[in-house]
Write a protein that binds this ligand. Structure first.
Ligand code: HEC
Ligand code: CU
Length: 311
C-alpha cells in the first residue's frame, strides 16, 4: 500500500530555525562549539604544515602551549558555555500554565490545565506564544524522550519519575515533535504536533474545550457510536460523556480535531481513520491496538465518521 499522499502534513522540525527560547540557546551553543572546533582544527593543521616545512624539532614550549594550555583553556570555555546553557534551559519553577505529557508505546498522553479542568487529549500539544510553560514529563512504560527541535531541547521521560522542562515558544505556528529515545519497534513512528497560538487565541482554545464529546446527531453517527461501544473500544479509549474507563490508548474525545492520526503519522480524515481501525497493524506495526478487520463496511464507515465528527 502506498500511502505517501495521506501522510501527515508535517510542521517544522528543525533545530536550525528556532521558534523557542530553549532551541535558540541550543542553536547558539552549537554554533559556538562548531566555530571553536573549526578554529582549533585550522590551528592544528597550520601547526602540522609548519612542522613538515621546517623538518626539525621545534621548541619545547610548542608542546606546552599547544598540547596543554590551549586544550585546557578551550575545553574549560566550552564546558562553561554548555553548563550555563544547560542551566538556563533546565531552569524550572511553578510557572503556569502547566501541561502534563506522558509517553506510551507509541503515542503521547496530554493533559492541558491539570490543576484546573484537566482536559485530556493526545498527540497534540497547544502552547501560548511568548509565555513560559512548564511541561511535566512522565512515562507509562519504558524510557521515551520528548523533543520538539524547533522549540526546545530534549528531555527523557523516565518510568517512575517526573521530569520538568520550561519552554517559551516565540513564534506562532505548527511544529513537529518526535520521540528521541529508542523505545521499541515503532519508535520512529512516535511523533506529535505542537500548535503555538497567540496568547488570546490560546485562552479561547482552552475555554472552547468541551467537558463532554460532541453528540452523535445523525443516524450514521449514532450507528458509529454503537459500533464503538459494542466492539470493546472503551476498554482502551475514553470518549468523555460516552465511555470513561479506558486509559490504554489515546483519549478520543476530540480525535477528529487533531491535525494527524496515529501520533503525527497520517493525515486525519475519514478514510485514514477507517484504514487505521480495520488494519492498524499495517499502518503502524506493533501498535498496542488490534486490527478490527472483521467489521462490515457500513459499520467501519460509521465508526470512522463518528470519530471524525468528534471535534
Ligand atoms: C487493546 C487496546 C485498544 C483497543 C481495544 C482499541 N484501541 Fe485504539 N488505540 C490503542 C492504542 C494503544 C493506540 C495508540 C497507537 C499508537 O499510536 O501507537 C490506539 C489508537 C487509536 C486511534 C488513533 C488516535 C490518534 O490520536 O491518533 C484511533 C482512532 C483508535 N485507536 C480507534 C479505536 C477504535 C475505533 C477501537 C474499537 C473498534 C479501538 N481503537 C480499540 C489501543 C486500543
Ligand atoms: Cu518513544
Amino acid at each position: 500500500m502506498n500511502n505517501t499522499s495521506t501522510l501527515a502534513d508535517y510542521g517544522s522540525q528543525t533545530s536550525f530555525s528556532s521558534a523557542g527560547s530553549g532551541a535558540a540557546a541550543t542553536l547558539g551553543l552549537t554554533t559556538a562549539m562548531s566555530v571553536a572546533g573549526g578554529v582549533l582544527f585550522l590551528l592544528v593543521m597550520g601547526a602540522v604544515w609548519l612542522a613538515r616545512r621546517r623538518n626539525r624539532p621545534g621548541h619545547v614550549w610548542w608542546i606546552w602551549a599547544g598540547g596543554v594550555v590551549l586544550p585546557v583553556l578551550a575545553l574549560a570555555a566550552l564546558v562553561a558555555a554548555s553548563t550555563f546553557t544547560l542551566a538556563a534551559i533546565g531552569r524550572t519553577g511553578d510557572t503556569a500554565p502547566v501541561i502534563e505529557v506522558t509517553g506510551h508505546h507509541y503515542w503521547w498522553d496530554v493533559v492541558h490545565d491539570p490543576q484546573g479542568r484537566a482536559l485530556r487529549d493526545a498527540n497534540e500539544i497547544v502552547l501560548p506564544a511568548d509565555t513560559k510553560v512548564t511541561l511535566r514529563l512522565r512515562s507509562g512504560d519504558v524510557i521515551h524522550s520528548f523533543w520538539v527541535p524547533s522549540i526546545a531541547g530534549k528531555l527523557d521521560m523516565i518510568p517512575g519519575r517526573v521530569n520538568e522542562m520550561t519552554v517559551t515558544a516565540t513564534r506562532p505556528g505548527r511544529y513537529r515533535g518526535q520521540c528521541a529515545e529508542f523505545c521499541g519497534l515503532s519508535h520512529p513512528l512516535m511523533a506529535f504536533e505542537v500548535l503555538v497560538l497567540p496568547p488570546a487565541e490560546y485562552a479561547a482554545y482552552l475555554a472552547g474545550l468541551q467537558d463532554e464529546a460532541r453528540d452523535a446527531d445523525t443516524a450514521q453517527l449514532e450507528q458509529g457510536r454503537e459500533v464503538f461501544l459494542r466492539e470493546g473500544c472503551p476498554a482502551c479509549h475514553v470518549i468523555r460523556g460516552i465511555a470513561e474507563g479506558g486509559r490504554i490508548g489515546p483519549d478520543l474525545s476530540r480525535v477528529g480535531a487533531r491535525g494527524s492520526l496515529g501520533a503525527g503519522m497520517w493525515r486525519m480524515n475519514v478514510g485514514n481513520l477507517a484504514g487505521w481501525i480495520a488494519d492498524v497493524q499495517d499502518m503502524k506495526p506493533v501498535a498496542e491496538m488490534p486490527s478490527f478487520n472483521h467489521l462490515s463496511g457500513p459499520d467501519l464507515r460509521a465508526v470512522a465518521h463518528y470519530l471524525a465528527s468528534l471535534k
